[in-house]
Design a protein around this ligand. Structure first.
Ligand code: SF4
Ligand code: MG
Length: 337
């Protein structure tokens, strides 16, 4: 594959006192340069673990990672920590949900933005300071020459998120991993940050993996969507395909539990019943079957509870329903709600 980021059959297992947790269980996807892939799922679906694996942030003593993660032709699985350290912050960078975990309270904003720049480019302190001012300006912080000397606690939540975005983009990374980057913000600020990310992507040309539990958030940001459940991808397609003609019962559930624009927020809201399964003892067959309303419509004895549906590359949903059922059930039963 000539994708910029290519993940093939990724498995991430953690050893715990209670047994082996299969946090990611056979995941494959491609991401092209300059494009955004939205990975959607509930907490515990494996989306954050996937992102940590790409960044090489799992402790090798506590985790086992197999499969391929190829970034711009380089194999990252099993790469030495020294190489990963060189790639992080430079070729790839991350934006977290909570800027306070990424920013140190002890150093000025300017120093924290300038530090990765110095480390990866060999710039002087003065150059790095200047670059930090430029980046703060670029992410919309007013009066950057003054604010560059502030500490994180002197910034509002939205400004800290902007500062973290400045820090992640300072070395012009080719890959940006954003893990719930707007979840902690109110709706207005959230929209501003999403707009900012889109603008910056145009300017910097980075590929973005955007991780969220909220399909609504990525509707305007992602080119493609991958829906994850219990450590596996259950549906993939372009954003338009997944939002207008979703094929997997779990995606139908995510959409039904999403407030509609222009409607009373409570109207039509229908949360998915039940909880995600334990990854210590995942259900056999389709991991979604204990929560799925459509098990009975699959022909063949207990197929959902015994045979695991596969997800091919390209537009697809990992579900035993026929192609015709995937289409008509959505159109006739889910969409009108
Ligand atoms: Fe539901 Fe069966 Fe499809 Fe799984 S395979 S989503 S249980 S219909
Ligand atoms: Mg997470």
């Amino acid at each position: 594959s000539d994708a910029f980021l290519s993940v093939r059959d990724l498995h991430v297992r953690f050893s715990t006192e209670d047994g082996i947790v299969k946090a990611v269980d056979g995941l494959s996807f491609d991401l092209e340069r300059g494009k955004t892939l939205g990975i959607v799922g509930e907490s515990g679906s494996g989306k954050s673990v996937t992102n940590m694996s790409i960044l090489g942030l799992h402790n090798p003593d506590q985790s086992e990672i197999t499969g391929e993660i190829i970034l711009d032709g380089q194999e990252l699985t099993g790469a030495p920590e020294k190489k990963m350290e060189q790639l992080r912050g430079n070729k790839m960078a991350m934006i977290f949900q909570d800027a306070l975990t990424a920013l140190s309270p002890f150093y000025t904003i300017g120093r924290q933005i300038g530090e990765p720049y110095r480390k990866h480019t060999g710039a002087s302190k003065k150059e790095a300071h200047q670059r930090a001012i430029e980046m703060l300006d670029r992410v919309g912080i007013p009066n950057p020459k003054m604010r560059v000397n502030d500490y994180p606690h002197q910034f509002s939540g939205g400004m800290r998120q902007r500062a973290m975005i400045a820090m992640s983009l300072v070395c012009n990374p080719d890959l940006l991993i954003a893990d719930e980057p707007t979840t902690a913000l109110d709706v207005t600020v959230q929209a501003q940050i999403l707009d900012l990310l889109k603008d910056l992507q145009q300017e910097f040309g980075s590929a973005i993996v955007f991780i969220t539990h909220d399909l609504g958030v990525i509707a305007n940001v992602a080119d493609d969507i991958l829906v994850m459940y219990a450590g596996r991808a259950v549906e993939r397609g372009t954003t338009k395909e997944v939002l207008t003609a979703p094929q997997h019962p779990y995606t139908w559930g995510l959409l039904s539990s999403m407030p509609r624009i222009g409607s009373d927020v409570s109207e039509g809201l229908r949360p998915i019943e039940g909880t995600p399964p334990s990854l210590l003892t995942p259900p056999p067959g389709c991991a979604f079957h204990p929560r799925c309303d459509f098990v009975d419509q699959v022909s063949g004895e207990h197929a959902c509870g015994s045979r695991r549906p596969e997800l091919p590359l390209g537009r697809a949903a990992a579900c035993h329903l026929t192609a015709e059922q995937k289409r008509t059930i959505f159109v006739e039963q889910i969409k009108p709600r």
